[in-house]
Write a protein that binds this ligand. Structure first.
Ligand code: G6P
Length: 619
């Protein structure tokens, strides 16, 4: 949700800022803007509605010189996505420029107070209030910018990551955060001179330095060209920065020959899963080693209940995790939408384990949900992808899914990575609780090891989805059906299609169809049925009959060699046979490809679908 980039050093800031914005564009792309202080002392601000390319076009004939700058790519919350509401925002005197990610909840009250003090506003944003407030504090207390920022933030209710420039102090870059992520990169240019980078995540920084500091809530930082970094809390108490080394490579942030990140990430899944299970699944010893479980054995073995909080695709992965953990560990598991859980006074016991599943590790609702659980004394466990993210740091322990950076807004490899990690978690707990017979445990370990290979097979054997998808571009609705472990896959398939092609799609438990959705079925309605030759196969066959008698078009996901469902279907995608619980990791692949190719055929922007953002740091 909004991306922030910043730079101070001896290099020209503009190219660094623009490159950084491109890397952060997945966070929002309603507008983009940049601000620099030039050697002539001018504080310039350039903004454009739409994507970073539009900003570059505007800047093409402008003076963009300067060795200090901030930049922003916006996902609109307050105020429509236009140029006026784009960041950076000037203060009244135009001496300050500020970018912001988050939401200032009391902005209306603050704005009214400022208007009473003769401040006028140009935009509808909550952000403009912040920059005006900082300037007001400077004037009121005759203080320097750093103190003014500290004072201003004491009046603010809500979430923020900000970066701010002051025309009268071109040698200092100031930033602060609460609730929204902000990372400081500490580097040296090719001549060994100190420089600092800012990013909402590490992707704009990694090219220049792997030494980073994750700013903590209510910390304010100032950086200058001599390499001085000063971090305090809002009460001006000095904080000791903890330098960390990033583990990320630049190649992972490029498309690597694929037309879209989404397609690249779909094809990366076999390798991503190998990395997820490496060292954790020991096929020779037929064992599972998960340090997060070993170190916290008693918490899991004695857990009264597991609650999994998540949003979006991560919620679907959590639901698969629930089915598996209940089956393998005999622990009741509840899966909660984090946004509902946090506000509905849920019953949480100190002997509950609360697991947050989040690709970004920054989703505001998921973070708030675990903070609530912490207040009730529950043990917090994170299943995140982004290393060092807010959720990873806020939890007591956790397991990273390790699928590498996911850039496409529609989640693909993070989903399968989350599912496999929750399976590992279930197996590790079952081992400690001895709830699985040895031969069953060993068989599951052996089979899980084969999943990356079977994913590769699935990708190689469904290459015709490309041409097949063209036939469905005219459709206005889709239904997705699955039972048991494949019900969450139906939800995920439907979500993928609506996210990127804008076709309405509903996922349903196959047997629930007759309680409503069947009324929608006619010859125009494609119904995607996940029907592996396992578990409730016969029941699903009956559900397919019901749809066929209403002339619905059947698109099925079937096990290799299946003839019955294939014969009943208008189109089929094939997956290799595997245990029931592992089918989701294979069955989701053709559904990801289907949504991808339908969206491409409809000319949609697959990697940056409208109105969406990858990292939702506002509630
Ligand atoms: C957004 C993304 C989804 C993601 C959801 C939860 O809506 O577009 O792809 O599933 O947030 O994000 P998280 O990072 O917590 O998994």
């Amino acid at each position: 949700m909004c991306g922030i980039v910043g730079y101070i050093g001896e290099q020209q800031a503009y190219p660094i800022l623009i490159k950084g914005l491109h890397r952060l564009e997945y966070r929002g792309y309603d507008s983009a803007g940049v601000s620099m202080i030039g050697s002539n002392g001018n504080l310039t601000v350039y903004k454009a509605k739409g994507k970073v390319n539009a900003l570059e076009a505007i800047c093409a004939d402008k003076d963009v010189s300067g060795t200090i700058g901030i930049a922003h790519t916006r996902w609109a919350t307050h105020g429509e996505p236009n140029e006026v509401n784009a960041h950076p925002h000037y203060s009244q005197s135009k001496n300050l420029a500020l970018v912001h990610n988050g939401i200032i909840e009391n902005y209306k009250t603050l704005r009214a107070e400022m208007e009473n003090n003769n401040y006028t506003f140009c935009s509808d944003t909550d952000t403009e209030v912040l920059v005006q407030l900082v300037e007001y504090m400077q004037e009121l207390h005759h203080c320097d910018l750093f103190t003014a920022v500290q004072n201003a933030l004491k009046h603010v209710v809500g979430a923020y990551a900000i970066a701010i420039l002051d025309r009268s102090n071109p040698d200092q870059l100031i930033c602060a955060r609460k609730g929204s992520p902000l990372i400081i990169g500490v580097g040296k240019d090719s001549n060994g001179r100190a420089e600092f980078y800012l990013g909402s995540d590490a992707t704009p920084i990694i090219e220049y330095t792997d030494q980073v500091i994750y700013l903590k809530d209510e910390e304010v930082a100032s950086m200058d060209r001599s390499g001085r970094l000063n971090i305090t809390n809002l009460a001006n108490v000095a904080q000791t920065p903890q330098m960390q080394t990033l583990e990320m490579n630049l190649e992972a942030l490029e498309k690597g020959g694929y037309p879209h990140f989404m397609l690249k990430e779909i094809w990366e899944q076999p390798q991503a899963l190998r990395t997820s299970i490496r060292g954790r699944l020991q096929v020779q010893d037929r064992d599972v080693l998960l340090s997060g479980i070993i170190d916290n054995r008693d918490k899991f073995v004695n857990a009264r209940r597991i609650i999994i909080c998540a949003c979006g695709t991560s919620w679907h992965a959590a639901l698969i995790g629930k089915y598996f953990i209940e089956e393998a560990c005999h622990i009741p598991v509840e899966v909660e939408y984090a946004s509902e859980f946090r506000y509905r006074n849920p019953v949480i016991y100190p002997d509950d384990v609360v697991i947050a599943v989040s690709q970004s590790g920054e989703t505001a609702d998921t973070l708030a949900a675990i903070q609530l659980a912490k207040q009730h004394g529950a043990f917090l466990y994170g299943v995140c992808n982004v290393i060092g993210s807010s959720i990873a740091r806020a939890t007591d322990s956790g397991t990273y899914i390790h699928v590498g950076p996911e850039i496409g807004v529609a989640s693909t490899k993070a989903f399968t990575g989350q599912v496999v990690t929750l399976m590992l978690l279930g197996l590790a707990i079952a081992k400690e609780k001895k709830t699985l017979a040895d031969d069953m445990f060993h068989m599951l370990v052996n089979e899980l090891c084969l999943i990356p290979e079977k994913m590769q097979w699935t990708l190689e054997n469904n290459k015709d989805i490309d041409s097949f998808a063209q036939m469905f571009t005219y459709c206005r609705n889709f239904i997705y059906l699955g039972r048991g472990y494949n019900y969450p896959v139906a939800l995920e398939g439907a979500l993928k299609l609506k996210e990127i092609s804008y076709i309405h799609a509903e996922g349903y438990p196959a047997a629930e169809m007759k309680h409503g959705p069947i009324a929608l079925v006619d010859e125009e309605m494609p119904v995607v049925v996940i029907a592996p030759k396992r578990g409730m196969y016969e029941k699903v066959v009956s559900n397919i009959q019901e749809i066929k008698s209403r002339k619905g078009k059947i698109i099925s996901v079937v096990t290799e060699g299946d003839k019955v469902v294939r014969g009943m279907s208008d189109y089929s995608f094939v997956i290799p046979d595997t245990r029931d619980c592992f089918v989701p990791m294979l069955a989701v692949i053709p559904l990801q490809l289907l949504s991808y190719y339908v969206a491409v055929a409809k000319g949609r922007n697959v990697d940056q679908p409208r109105n969406l953002a990858k990292s939702v740091t506002v509630e």
